[in-house]
Design a protein around this ligand. Sequence first.
Ligand SMILES: Nc1nc2c(ncn2[C@@H]2O[C@H](COP(=O)(O)OP(=O)(O)OP(=O)(O)O)[C@@H](O)[C@H]2O)c(=O)[nH]1
Ligand SMILES: [Mg+2]
Length: 359
Amino acid sequence: MFSFFRKKSPGPASDAHSGEPAAASESTRLIGSALGRALDLPAQAPVAAERQTWLGKLRAGLRKTGSGLSQVFTGAQIDDTLYEELETALLMADAGVQATEWLLQEVKRKVAATGATRPVQVQNILADVLAQLLQPLQKPLVIGAHTPNVIMVAGVNGAGKTTSIGKLTHHLASEGASVLLAVADTFRAAAREQLAVWADRNTVEIVSQEGGDPAAVSFDAVSAGRARGKDVVLVDTAGRLPTQLHLMEELKKIKRVITKADPQAPDEVLLVIDGNTGQNALAQVKAFDEALQLTGLIVTKLDGTAKGGVLAAIALWARQRQAQHPDWRAVPVYFIGVGEKLEDLETFNAREFAQALLD
Ligand SMILES: Nc1nc2c(ncn2[C@@H]2O[C@H](COP(=O)(O)OP(=O)(O)OP(=O)(O)O)[C@@H](O)[C@H]2O)c(=O)[nH]1
Ligand SMILES: [Mg+2]
């Protein structure tokens, strides 16, 4: 079994088997070293510079809209005005009413408990509270427990599914994993072509069918993946709104049929969310989870004008849901997209994200 975190580390490493989040430095391992264990590749030192680059992109993206957050703490004292401004800034950053209230309460509680008197202390407290709230969303994607590892990818139109699959393929393939791409977006010829371009770039195989049934293509792809001994099968589906019930039924069918091809599959059902979607992202997570029982999220376009706060809303929802249903599997954010290039996919780190949001 191997994960997206380095396994052969000279220092303390995360343990994919335990599902424990990696330490910050270890999380710098992108998929790049994911297969180190399985393929016996030499371990590499964390590439701090690369992490800096994407953090910079994330910060720059969030700063475009999230600048309000850091400005809240420039005053001289902690008073009602500060909390009011903080409330407004959190709402503006897309945290939503519930998560905003929750964060405010937690911050006030900790301010009282620590006897903080300066606004900058409130800023640090908020960073901690936010990081703690987001922490359960941080989890490595582990692949290799079952072969082929079947990853089904869903989401609304234009969220970044195909691009994310391309990036994921690139990283997996560059580490020597054999990947098979399935075009379960059979509606548009353009969709086949788009994925074929990614397949070419990554020199991996692709299963597609003109105008065919997306479930049938998925079945063929998983069967082919098994027959050809592939490590990973990535299934790209067509974009759809959760309100398009017949299309949601179609997604369920794709999932069911994948299980027919391999009773242990799909290993992952990922929802791709456009980071610019605001509060509607939470509605998407709920609806797609209801239909498909999601196992993870990819949040894209965080390099643009996304406000980032929606992750707090998702984290609070997950926290409340978990409290009500202890058996419910959490829906971690496996990756975030910070650009359109192959390398613009990063593992999610709660503390770094909280810090970037507050910068
Ligand atoms: N800036 C930026 N653009 C992105 C990112 N991810 C995807 N995009 C862009 O978003 C647009 C839509 O991406 P696609 O991958 O085609 O989205 P999709 O979900 O597959 O779309 P449909 O299949 O039509 O539903 C493209 O122009 C991508 O280049 C990202 O992380 N950052
Ligand atoms: Mg697509």
